[in-house]
Ligand binder design. Sequence first.
Ligand code: PEP
Ligand code: MN
Length: 332
Amino acid sequence: MILHLHNGTSADQAEEIAEKTQSVYYEKDGRFILITPSKLQEPPTSFAEEIESSFVMSSDIQLASRSYRNEVREIDLKHTKIGGSTNNTIMITGPCSIESWEQIEQSADLLKSLGITTLRAGCYKPRTSPYSFQGLGLEGLKMLSKIREKYGFNIITEVRDASHVEDVIEHADIIQIGAKAMYDHGILRRCGKARKPVLLKRGFGSTLQEFVQAAEFILSGGNEDVMLCERGIRTFETKTRFTLDLCGVSYLKEHVNLPIILDTSHAMGYRYGVPDLTRACMAMGVDGLLIESHPNPAVAQSDAAQQLDFDQYWEMYSSLEPIAAAVGRNMV
Ligand code: PEP
Ligand code: MN
């Protein structure tokens, strides 16, 4: 159950109510919001005076639930907004990893020529092998900050583990939590205290319930700006890298109030399938599309097989425009 306390309830009172109801709580604009275990089905009568409104929940998908807020949350991404009544679909692109100044500048020029403003590149890569390229780390973050200064983009980059979470929060405009970090409660809780939007990727072995509950760790820390990213789950199929769960996307659209971003690159794993899949996702009217692109994918240090070169990105982008128009979305 979610309890909104009256404005003006003191921090001591809020803490006492939270303790008695075993709640997690946060403060937003002078109001305390408490989240009790979902099995509580009646608001506690002993605190009737302090409670302004209560929302009964059927599972621990609470703050993210449509029963709490029956809308897609609006999130301000500095250069653009998504969710709410915007009908915006944010086009997030850039290389899997930042590799050099020259590479990231070329990527920035692609975005500029398309008129889109959200550049992504990883600096701390969650590689499956310790012998693969691990990312440029802090040096990469600093380059991304310079790119922001030069082009005025939103920068999205991922946090891999707790060792560099502060650096990523400092340098990013949008913090990406990768599929493998979805269960890292240290990262989730720290991002709950960050004042920047978070893009949370679905773990490839996670159910939708687990996925959204991971988002609840961030939301219940007081960060209301969380986007969910479906990037493919592991199934028995081995011909493609993962299986993009579009049924799951329909479920989320129906039941969850967070904007939904689709990552077709990591789902497919091979560039030949990415444009078709991305068109299918646009037709679903999602809030964002994350597609990896690289000036020369053949020499990419990570995810070389799935990144589009700039011509391929342009071609795909142009083919998305009529689909976006047909389903009432604005590509931003
Ligand atoms: C990435 O975005 O480059 C990445 C590593 O993705 P994921 O966490 O989905 O595997
Ligand atoms: Mn990648």
